[in-house]
Each structure stands twice: as structure tokens, then as C-alpha cells.
Ligand binder design. Structure first.
Ligand SMILES: [Mn+2]
Length: 370
């Protein structure tokens, strides 16, 4: 019952996929959602592999997986870096958004799309809607592309469950230990280890996990815990990476404001990057920001929030800090000789203040300046 080891077959498929992505022939991309989480990546790779092998030799278009983020952003998805490596899959062989030009292919009439882990194209991909021929997803059905085939939209815990189901049903020979583990780990992370309290897992997720566990002999608890830990392991990331891993930006009253969520204590960040204010300045300059805020959040041992505020304009900074200090964020300055005057560091007493709540506060503040 055990699966073969060795990822060679999948690797040779991915190498062929990279060659077929040169724009010379027709291609059928299997594309995950724009957040490009682990589910989107793993499901796109495994479904494209499955669809390419079941299409046979006379397929009109090469079927290739596409991960819809720049290649340089892959390392920010630390749980994906970990699981692809555990599966033995070389990320160099994956295709990313900056490797291909979908619009040119579309114009040339050489593009088909399968949407995985979403069933409505991302805003930036709306123009490609007439190329969508298939859907595999577990989100709410938007009732688009009703003629797509297959069109599988089921409210299970993970798109990887639906991909694994197809492969197990029709072509189990495609799986070896690594790729089975890739699908298994993805389902476990998406369903919080099949925890009934998380209300993500369905009986189908449970059934597929049981099957993959039997095939791989993996330790469910251990795999889940390692993934969960790697998701928050930012040790391989530098300040520029930390500031773009989970980042949002707004134009507020004519000012450009960016807020990054950073999963690291400020003290550890300063240890890692003693010239943090310079890194903030570099990042803000690159993005043309007037204000760059990092919301640091971590558990050590209790949940803790801190706030880093970078604003080079002295008069704006004074007013902004007055506003933040006067709000119910409950800020207390963190003593640090390493902060310079453009950067203020705070412990944040009000733990309920997430980015979703801070953004409207800043929006009101900048509206009041105008
Ligand atoms: Mn998903």
C-alpha cells in the first residue's frame, strides 16, 4: 500500500512545464488565488500534474501550474517553503507570475485557464475571463463560468482535498510519498488539524486525510505542528522581507500610508537588524510612503502587540504621535537607544487593535489634517 519514494516523475513534468511556458505554443495554466497561500500553490501544482497526465499526448495545450505571485515572494510563505522542501519539490521548477505574460498569450488566442482555490478571477485577471475552462474550488460559488468542465465547487476545508480526491480516484500512480505529503500537510494546515472546533473540516477532508496518512505513514500531529511552527518562523527573513510579507497600503488625505504586520517582538527585530530605522527609511522611500507602521504581534507566552511608527516629516510625526497617544491604543514607549527620531517604538496595551481597526483611526486623522 505504501507509495514509491522519489519525486523524479513530478520534477520531469515541472521541467517540461517550464520549457512549455516559453510562449511559443498554446498553454493551459492552472492558477491559484492571488493570495497564493499554501493551498493555492499545492493544489495548482498537483492538479496541473494530474490534468496534464490524464489529457494524454494529443492535448491541444500544455497544462502548467502557475503561482500568481512574483518568484521573489515565495520565500515569504514560510510554511510553503517548508512543505515543498519536505515533499522534495524544488521550488526553482515552479512557474510564478513574473515568469509568464498571460495578457500576450490571451491576445494571441493561446491561453486557457483553470481556476484553483477561487472561482472568480482576481481583479488583475478579470480581462482573462473568457479563457476560463475549468474550476476546482472550495469557496462560495459565485455562479460564474457555468459551462466550465470540470466545475467542482464544494465547501470542504481545503482545495487540496478535492485535488487529492480526483487523483486518488483516477490515477493514484501519480502520487509518491512527497507529493502525497504535500497534499496531506496542506489539508491539515487548512483544517487546523481537522479540529471540529475550528469548523473547517468536513467528513470528506477527514476521509482524504485518513487515506493519505495510510499511504504515506506520516505522523499527523507532528506534521501539523511543524507546519504551524514554520508558518510563524520568520528567522530566514530580513527587514525588507518582514515589511512586505503581510503588507497593506492606502492613500489617506493625500498621504501614502503603509502598515505591515510583523510576527516578531521588536526587541528581537532590533537584535536581528540593529539599523532598523534605516531599513524602515529605505522601505518607505522605495514605496513613496509618508508613514510606515509595523504592527508587531507575537505570543510569548501571552499574546502581545507592539507598534513601530516611522514618519520622517517632523511636523506630521508630532501630530500623528499625538493622535496615536490620545487614542485607546494604550501606547507605552519602548526604551531603545536604537530608535532614531524619525522612528517611535511602543508597547500596545489594547490587544484588540488590529490593522483593521488602526486603518480607520488613521483615515480619520489624515482626513482631519486636510
Ligand atoms: Mn483554499
Amino acid at each position: 500500500m505504501a507509495l514509491p519514494t522519489g519525486i523524479e516523475k513530478l520534477h520531469s513534468y515541472l521541467r517540461a512545464a517550464q520549457r512549455a511556458s516559453d510562449g511559443s505554443g498554446s498553454v493551459h495554466y492552472v492558477i491559484g488565488n492571488e493570495a497564493a497561500d499554501l493551498d493555492s500553490m499545492a493544489s495548482a501544482v498537483m492538479y496541473a500534474y494530474y490534468a496534464a497526465s490524464t489529457a494524454g499526448g494529443d492535448a491541444q495545450a500544455a497544462v502548467l501550474p502557475l503561482i500568481d505571485i512574483p518568484r521573489a515572494d515565495f520565500k515569504l510563505r514560510t510554511e510553503a517553503v517548508y512543505l515543498f522542501s519536505e515533499a522534495g519539490i524544488d521550488p526553482q521548477l515552479l512557474l510564478f507570475a513574473d515568469d509568464v505574460d498571460l495578457d500576450t498569450l490571451h491576445e494571441a488566442g493561446k491561453l486557457k485557464l483553470t481556476l484553483i482555490d477561487h472561482n472568480k478571477p482576481a481583479a488583475a485577471r478579470q480581462g482573462l475571463s473568457d479563457c476560463v475552462t475549468a474550476i476546482i474550488d472550495h469557496h462560495k460559488d459565485e455562479s460564474l463560468f457555468n459551462g466550465a468542465s470540470p466545475r467542482i465547487i464544494e465547501p470542504v476545508g481545503s482545495a487540496a482535498t478535492l485535488v487529492a480526491e480526483l487523483i486518488l480516484k483516477t490515477d493514484q500512480g501519480l502520487l509518491e510519498e512527497g507529493s502525497a505529503r504535500l497534499l496531506l500537510g496542506t489539508i491539515l494546515l487548512d483544517t487546523v488539524n481537522l479540529d471540529p472546533e475550528a469548523k473547517r473540516a468536513t467528513p470528506k477532508d477527514q476521509h482524504i486525510v485518513d487515506t493519505l496518512l495510510a499511504l504515506t505513514g506520516a505522523d499527523q500531529q507532528k506534521l501539523f505542528e511543524e507546519l504551524q511552527q514554520e508558518k510563524f518562523n520568520v528567522s530566514a527573513l530580513d527587514s525588507a522581507d518582514l515589511l512586505r510579507k503581510d503588507y497593506k497600503e492606502w492613500t489617506l488625505g493625500g498621504n501614502q500610508v503603509g502598515i505591515a504586520s510583523v510576527l516578531l517582538p521588536v526587541a528581537d527585530w532590533l537584535k536581528k537588524d540593529p539599523t532598523l530605522p534605516d531599513s524602515l527609511a529605505g522601505c518607505a522611500a522605495e514605496r513613496g510612503l509618508d508613514v510606515l507602521i509595523a504592527m508587531n504581534a507575537y505570543t510569548d507566552p501571552g499574546f502581545t502587540r507592539e507598534l513601530v511608527v516611522y514618519c520622517p516629516d517632523e511636523s506630521l510625526r508630532t501630530r500623528l504621535l499625538d493622535c496615536l497617544n490620545g487614542s485607546d491604543l494604550q501606547l507605552k514607549p519602548i526604551d531603545s537607544s536604537r530608535a532614531d527620531e524619525s522612528t517611535a517604538l511602543f508597547a500596545q496595551g489594547n490587544l484588540a487593535y488590529s490593522r483593521k481597526k488602526l486603518q480607520p483611526l488613521l483615515s480619520d486623522f489624515f482626513a482631519g489634517l486636510a
